[in-house]
Design a protein around this ligand. Sequence first.
Ligand code: AMP
Length: 283
Amino acid sequence: MRVVTSISEMRKVVEEQRSYGKIVGLVPTMGFFHQGHISLMHAAREECDYVVVSLFVNPTQFAPGEDLEDYPRDLSRDVEMATEAGVDCIFHPPAEDMYMQPYLTYVMVEEITDRLCGASRPGHFRGVATVVAKLFNIIPAHRAYFGLKDAQQVQVIRRMARDLDFDIEVVACPTVRESDGLAMSSRNVYLEPEERKAATVLHRSLQLARKLVAEGERDPEKVTGDMHALIVRESLVEPEYVAAVDWDLLTPLDRLEGWVLFALAARVGKARLIDNALIEVKD
Ligand code: AMP
């Protein structure tokens, strides 16, 4: 497997593969791999001839005071894991090349970025959309793979790709969980043992939503209220939001119907964790 740090070399590698008629797959990541990342690499490996994983802790998606400096990093372990997963190339550019100063151009996806995580992390999705647009330009893949663990991010990227005419298929892959249900995340390393145990309430609250919907509950406030009540029973977990929104535009719902995203964010010690469940409500 090759590791490329230069933008121009990365472009050349992909152009060459495309000139051979190869289908190129891209998996954008911030590294510190876990099985969630590996599942995206496997999906890309199955469907594409040449798989590029980008590994870049993107400074523009972190607000001042967030965990940019502390974000876990382990390049040599990541290289080993990606090699094992059958990845062809890791793109690991320096931040000063991705954001040559003065850097003045950003991609803003409107409306769907104002809600959920966008409300508590202003500017976050501007950073995400910008870096993904740059990656799509540097690595003109046929397909790009994202995890539904970050469901809002998937919808932001899909919208951006559609609105800006990127000729890249955005593929969404299911959330990979620990055996007790906790969604895998690079940030789980921040959790102390007691917090790690308490954090399973997030997944349990999503299971509760699934159960209430299956029993016929159609009032979004009743379901999110019960989820919230369950979460706050864990004193180490402080919910930031618990919401039921329409899957397309992430707007609040009066009634649960169609594809509904139940999404939540919570503080657990030093970690800010998110999780969600996408549920089709049929009547
Ligand atoms: P990150 O390195 O956290 O930016 O994540 C890189 C990609 O992996 C994103 O598309 C995430 O949605 C995806 N991802 C992160 N955690 C998981 C998970 N537990 N299951 C599936 N995909 C995930």
